[in-house]
Structures are given as C-alpha cells and as structure tokens.
Design a protein around this ligand. Structure first.
Ligand SMILES: Nc1ncnc2c1ncn2[C@@H]1O[C@H](COP(=O)(O)OP(=O)(O)OP(=O)(O)O)[C@@H](O)[C@H]1O
Ligand SMILES: [Mg+2]
Length: 527
C-alpha cells in the first residue's frame, strides 16, 4: 500500500557497478533434515545500495538472513565483508561487522523505554561508571529525529505502535553505525502513510552509504525502491536483476518461473455477482471504546465485502466483535435474520462465522502439530461433523489437507510436517487454508495476503470468489490498496472507528481507496 507514492529512484541514482562489494555471499548451502533450504546461492551487496530479495514462500530468504545474522550456521559456502572472508557464528559477531537486522516480529523489550531499547548492547557514555542517560539522549536525539521519531524517547516500547517500533529499530541500527540493514517484510504492518515514511528513510540511508537488504512480497515496492534485486526459487538463485531491467513482469517470471505466468486478478466485470437481496449479517451501531465508534452495515449472501482504511481505523476491532473475540459495548447484530450475540469465538463458529486473524502465528496455529492437524483445527472448535471411524477420519483429514496444500502451494515435505518447520509465509497459508476448507455462512479474512507470495495470493482470491458463488458471505480487510479492487463487490472505508465511504464495483480503485482513507470523519459522514 502507499505504492502510488513510490517514486522510481531513476537510473542516475543507481549505484555504480564499480563500487566494490560490502557483503558477498557465494555458494551458500543449508539443509534442515531432509529439506534443502539453500542449495548454493550467491548475493552481492554494495555500500549505499537498496537491494531487493524476493522469492515465493519457502524459497530460502529468511534462511539466508538468519545465516548472515549469526542465528544459523551454513553447511557450505562463503561470506565475505569488504573482500575478507568472515565467519558469523553469533549475533554479536554480525553486529561487530556492521550488520543489523530488523525481523518482522520486532524484538523490542516492552517495559524498557525507546531510548533503552535503542541503546541495548551499545557502550554508553558514562560519568564515574554510571550511565549518563542525559548525554546518551543528546547523542541519540538527532538520529531519532532523522528517522522521523516524533514521540518522546522515554516512551516505553509497549506503548509504541508497530510503525513506531520500526523507527526505534532503525534508530538502533544507525546508532550502531550499521553498514547494512536487513529488513524482512518491513511494510507488512504499516499504513500507507507509514510506508511512505519508511521509503523516505530507506532512500536517505542509501544516500548516506548504508546498504539495505529489503525483503518483500509487494512487487511495487521492489520495483519502486530497489537498485538491484536478487530472486530465489526453491533454494536456488533464480535471477539477479539490475535497475535498468527491473519491472513487475520480470520479477514475477523470476519468482514463479516462466511456466506459470501471472494471471492477473479477475477483471472487475467478471467479479460482480448479481446482488442477492438476502442479508446474511446485519450490524447496527456497533461500539467498543474509541476503536469502534458506530459501525452499521449489511452483508449480503454471497457478497465479498471489503473493509478498507488505515491501520488503526477500527477494522480489525470491528471484526473481532463480530467474531465474539471482544465484547461489544453497544449495538446489535443479526445473522440470517436471527439475533446474533456471540460471547466467544466458539459461539461465532457454532453459528457459522469464521475469522482468519491478522496475527496468524500467535492466534491461529499449533506450531508443534502437523500441517494436517492444523488444517483441520476448526472442526475441533465445534463445527459439528458426525464423528466417523477414527481411521477413516484421519485418512479423510489427510486427503483434504493434501488438496488444500496443493491449491495454496504450501511448500513442505508432506502433511505430517510440523507447522513450526514451515517458512513464515507457508504458515500463513495453513491458517487461511483451514478456514477456506470449512463450510461457513460468513467468513472474515483479516489481511489475507500478508506475507503470502504472489502465486498463493491469486489462489486465495480465487477460492474467496468461489466460496461467494456458493453463497458464503465474505468480509476481507486489507491495507494493501491493490488487493481490494478486483476482489470485492463493495468496499466500506473506515476512518477513526466509523464507516466513512462506500465504494461499489468499478468505483473501487486504488486511488479512491487511498483518498477515502485520509478523509476526516467530519467531512465524510455518509449522507
Ligand atoms: N527450522 C526449520 N526446520 C525445518 N525446515 C525449515 C526450518 N526453517 C526453514 N525450513 C524450511 O526451509 C525452506 C526455506 O524457508 P525460509 O524460511 O528461508 O523461506 P522464505 O523464503 O523466508 O519464505 P517466506 O516468504 O514464507 O518467509 C522452507 O521449505 C522451510 O520449510
Ligand atoms: Mg521468510
């Protein structure tokens, strides 16, 4: 999202080929048991370069990053920094070499202040052996201001938003004078505005000679931002693309291979089903704290309804009320004409309402259990399936799991593999898959594409449309402005806990969504 604001860096800013390597990786191999995560990959990073790293879920991106960070050791291959071979056995060694990592789950210490987090592990100015925090703050403040930190450095990390946490992590990297900052899917939890700020910082870092390794499944960001791109496919180097030949088609080809060309999202004209008059879910004056102030809408049978808006506009909070995950403080709901008052998610599931949560790893999976177990998890939540013979049910379960895994291209040895061994994006697919394979009246998906590669996104969209045709009513939340057009029949844009704008059919465009997201509630009260 916010991609509309990405300005191409332009050929003149491309790093000259004459600049020698900062970090060079050659022939890197790594296996986990029988899984060959990296089969001999190369990567060449130069000072001041914004280097994109792309590849389908499970291609090996995070494995490479973990090796550079000193969290995993490679089976074979060489890493050199400034032309000298190095071994990175611990995170401290990576730091000493000037490498910093911002992983998707930010590892800030919640009860410590922003400043303390920034200074963790860095030698601090001291007077008579005591840390002189005043002096430390004076040193850090200009750097904080440069990355756009507007809040007090005394704020505890627990009180920071995800975007603010990112700024703290970037600041931490700069205080350590990092020469390379690795960002793993930085924009996944940021709003359009916060993304723009991040892009500005990344360009600024690059201008100051810092190299950035940027991992993303959002191809517009990659084409807009990067000087150079490396693509992995199945643990192998698939392509190295420079700025001059960088475009979306080239990226898609590198990621999925030429034999599977991208079939773009269904044209809007095909998507819009004749509107059913039947109302599946009716929501009136829903309220909870300041997050959900007054939300009313009807969801029709077989409709795909999008919820757009900025991160924090109240969308996730609204659907949590519908799913019984939080208690509402006001309002009424009906489901297929009957009063609907779920007090727990269990109630909601019993009534035929499912939710694919935004925070999937923590809320949706049992990491130690198999893919097949996790895919069938919702049935344990109380969907009444007549219990067949135990043996039969296991076989049926595995067969269904197999089918869903194939559709969503879940990369794994087999359905008995523990989910915890899957790559981040493949874990996301399992959570989505378990809900897609249920029979439900209403299915809610919160950020379904987050962390999921381009091939699986299309398949998820196809399944959503298929379910809608079968009469399932669907709510999709997405902060990626590219996702809702072409997928939804109708989109409601939320601003500050209220529905501000309704868009239908061809009027659902990226521009309209961005514009509506920034309207203030006063000027946008629906007439
Ligand atoms: N601890 C582990 N045990 C077993 N297999 C693993 C482990 N970690 C990663 N793998 C496997 O290694 C392969 C590469 O995973 P990796 O996490 O590097 O992918 P990725 O490119 O980062 O994908 P994503 O886009 O989904 O984050 C995958 O097949 C994954 O299942
Ligand atoms: Mg990963």
């Amino acid at each position: 999202m916010g991609n509309s604001a990405i300005q191409p860096v332009g050929a003149e800013t491309a790093t000259p080929a004459t600049v020698s390597s900062l970090v060079r990786v050659t022939g890197l191999r790594k296996h986990y048991g029988g899984v060959r995560a990296l089969k001999g990959v190369d990567l060449d990073l130069r000072a001041g370069e914004i280097h994109g790293l792309v590849g389908a879920n499970g291609a090996g991106k995070s494995t490479l990053i973990k090796i550079l960070a000193g969290l995993e050791s490679p089976d074979a291959g060489e890493i050199s920094v400034d032309g000298t071979p190095v071994s990175i056995a611990t995170p401290d060694q990576a730091t000493a070499l000037g490498l910093s990592f911002i992983h998707q789950e930010l590892n800030l210490v919640p009860r410590m202040s922003a400043l303390q987090n920034i200074m963790l592990g860095v030698p601090k100015a001291s007077t008579l052996g005591l840390v002189d925090w005043r002096r430390v703050r004076q040193l850090v403040q200009p750097i904080a201001t440069r990355v756009g930190i507007r809040f007090s450095l005394e704020t505890p990390a627990a009180a920071l938003s995800v975007a603010e946490g990112w700024l703290v992590s970037i600041c931490r990297a700069l205080v350590r004078r990092s020469r390379l900052i690795v960002m793993d899917e930085p924009t996944a939890s940021l709003s359009a505005h916060e993304c723009d700020n991040l892009f500005r910082i990344v360009r600024d870092l690059s201008g100051n000679g810092v190299a950035v390794l940027y991992v993303s499944h959002r191809l517009d960001e990659i084409t807009g931002l990067c000087h150079h791109v490396t693509a992995f496919r199945d643990g192998l180097l698939a392509a190295q693309i420079d700025r001059a030949s960088l475009n979306r088609a080239r990226l898609v080809e590198a990621i999925v291979g030429t034999d599977k060309p991208e079939t773009f999202a269904l044209a809007a004209a095909n998507v819009i089903a004749p509107e059913s008059d039947e109302i599946a879910l009716s929501v009136r004056n829903l309220r909870r704290g300041s997050a959900v102030r007054d939300v009313s809408f009807d969801l029709h049978k077989g409709e795909v309804l999008g919820l757009g808006g900025l991160v924090g506009s109240g969308r996730s909070e609204t659907v949590r009320l519908i799913f019984g995950a939080d208690a509402m403080q006001g309002g009424q709901m009906t489901l297929c004409g009957r009063a609907f008052t779920p007090r727990t998610p269990h109630d909601a599931v019993e009534a035929g309402v499912g939710l694919v949560p935004e925070e999937r790893r923590s809320e949706g999976l049992v990491l130690a259990k198999s893919v097949a177990f996790n895919l069938s998890l919702t049935s344990l939540l109380g969907l009444h399936v007549a219990p067949p013979l135990p043996l039969m049910s296991m076989r049926r379960r595995d067969k269904q799991a197999q089918e869903m895994s194939q559709r969503l291209l879940i990369k794994m040895p087999n359905v008995a593999t523990p989910v915890g061994r899957l790559s981040g994006g493949n874990q996301q697919k399992v959570v989505i898959g378990k809900w897609l394979s249920r029979s439900l009246r209403v299915l809610i998906l919160d950020e379904p594409s987050r962390g999921v590669d381009i091939g699986a996104r299309q398949e998820i969209h196809r399944i959503i449309r298929e379910l809608a045709t079968q009469g399932v009513s669907i709510i999709v939340i997405s902060s990626e402005t590219e996702e809702l057009p072409g997928l939804c029949d109708r989109v409601l844009v939320m601003v500050e806990g209220r529905i501000a704008t309704e868009l239908r059919g061809a009027a659902i465009t990226r521009e309209a969504l961005v514009q509506a997201s920034y309207l203030s509630t006063e000027e946008s009260q629906p007439s």
